[in-house]
Design a protein around this ligand. Structure first.
Ligand code: FES
Length: 117
């Protein structure tokens, strides 16, 4: 089982999601097993204006720990991230960052997103 801690800049209380990465996909938006896939399937809203197709930046999240358990960012994701408000060295697009194994991760969901699609 994997454990995902979700922190919210908007002041919502932390959520902790436990799930089995091997059971992905959990719903239909974003790459199977991506942060977006897991969050939406567990009732945590994350903006995803392009439907999880790596064509906006609304699913921007900041990885606080466990980044080594996520898939590597591809060129297209990195190009889009450059446009994300509040970009950090550990920023990822939630629809593209796939949780690769049983692990523990912490992410923060920014207060603001901008739809560049
Ligand atoms: S939902 Fe648009 S890039 Fe992730």
């Amino acid at each position: 089982m994997a454990k995902l801690h979700v922190l919210f800049e908007n002041g919502n209380p932390e959520r902790i999601i436990e799930f089995d990465p091997a059971k992905a996909p959990f719903q239909h938006d974003g790459l199977p097993g991506s942060l977006l896939d897991v969050l939406l399937a567990h009732g945590v809203h994350l903006e995803h204006a392009c439907g999880g197709n790596c064509a906006c930046t609304t699913c921007h999240v900041i990885v606080k720990s466990g980044t080594e358990h996520l898939s590597e960012a591809e060129e297209n994701e990195l190009d889009l991230l450059d446009k994300a408000p509040g970009l950090t060295p550990t920023s990822r697009l939630g629809c593209q960052a796939v949780i690769q194994d049983d692990c523990e991760l912490t992410i923060r969901i920014p207060r603001f997103t901008i739809n560049t699609a």
